[in-house]
Design a protein around this ligand. Structure first.
Ligand SMILES: [Zn+2]
Length: 277
């Protein structure tokens, strides 16, 4: 590949609208301790079926949702094949070819963290305990402080944590947040998006809601949510706490790349009720 001018990595943050997250955090006190109960009663049932993972409405299990994700993902990849002529297998081949470009970008992002205050021992301990829960070797992923306006983000090599925002989450929401990002690491979602994005002139934020890249993001985000929350009851409860805090701070969201926060709360309820969490 000569004269490549690849777009840089766009990190998989835990939710969109993170600028507002920071802005609101500065003015919202003790959201984590808020007694305000946010119920899912106001959620219309058709909101849940909108994602077409219909059986999630009544039942959720590791096998069910993984099969459903595969089906949804297959459909999106058919769209990529039709429009930009890339299949999932071809995307993985390109990843190998572009390995050094991606790695350079990833290293550059890691470098930026070196001038920042290192993460506290307490935060590192939480991260390591989550890595252990998900059987991830501590040396497999670098843990880097960052100042982007979201509590955490991940690419294929690093887990980035904005500790000042991270500290505003409840302990279980913190565990969920890290587990969510680790799912992106496990699934190598960021490098997939990196390859696909090179085929479009627009930036990701400029793409229409029904663009296949946004559809893929939605699958990646929900897969990360459920992959994290289905680990055990603590993670399921953390999913709910996290989503409630996010709803308070950034509102429901657009539901374009990440599930709406009300939807996340209802999925969390399903995880809490299900036999797997
Ligand atoms: Zn995410």
């Amino acid at each position: 590949m000569k004269n490549m001018n690849l777009k840089t990595i766009s990190l998989l943050a835990i939710f969109i609208g993170s600028y507002y997250f920071l802005h609101s955090l500065a003015t919202t006190q003790n959201i984590a301790n808020s007694n305000q109960e946010i119920t899912t009663q106001s959620i219309q049932p058709n909101l849940i079926s909108k994602f077409t993972l219909d059986s999630l409405q009544t039942h959720i299990s590791q096998e069910t949702y993984l099969t459903l994700f595969q089906e949804e993902e297959t459909k999106v990849w058919q769209e990529f094949k039709k429009t930009i002529d890339i299949s999932l297998a071809e995307c993985n081949q390109i990843k190998q070819k572009w390995y050094s470009y991606y790695l350079n970008d990833a290293k550059e992002l890691q470098e930026r963290g070196k001038s920042l205050t290192p993460l506290s021992a307490k935060t590192i301990e939480i991260i390591q305990s989550v890595m252990k829960d998900f059987n991830i070797d501590q040396n497999a992923i670098a843990v880097i402080p960052f100042e982007d306006y979201c509590p955490a983000a991940a690419d294929d090599y690093s887990l980035f944590v904005n500790e000042s925002l991270f500290n505003r989450l409840t302990p279980l929401a913190q565990k969920f947040c890290i587990a969510h990002e680790l799912q992106h690491f496990i699934n190598k979602d960021d490098s997939t998006n990196y390859v696909l994005l090179q085929h479009y002139t627009e930036e990701k934020s400029e793409l229409p809601a029904d663009h296949p890249l946004n559809k893929l993001s939605k699958i990646q985000e929900l897969r990360a949510d459920l992959g994290a929350a289905s680990k055990n009851k603590d993670y399921a409860l953390g999913y709910k706490e996290f989503s409630k805090i996010a709803l308070e701070i950034v509102g429901d969201g657009e539901g374009i790349t990440h599930p709406k926060n009300t939807l996340r709360i209802s999925y969390a309820d399903l995880c809490i009720k299900s036999e797997i969490a």
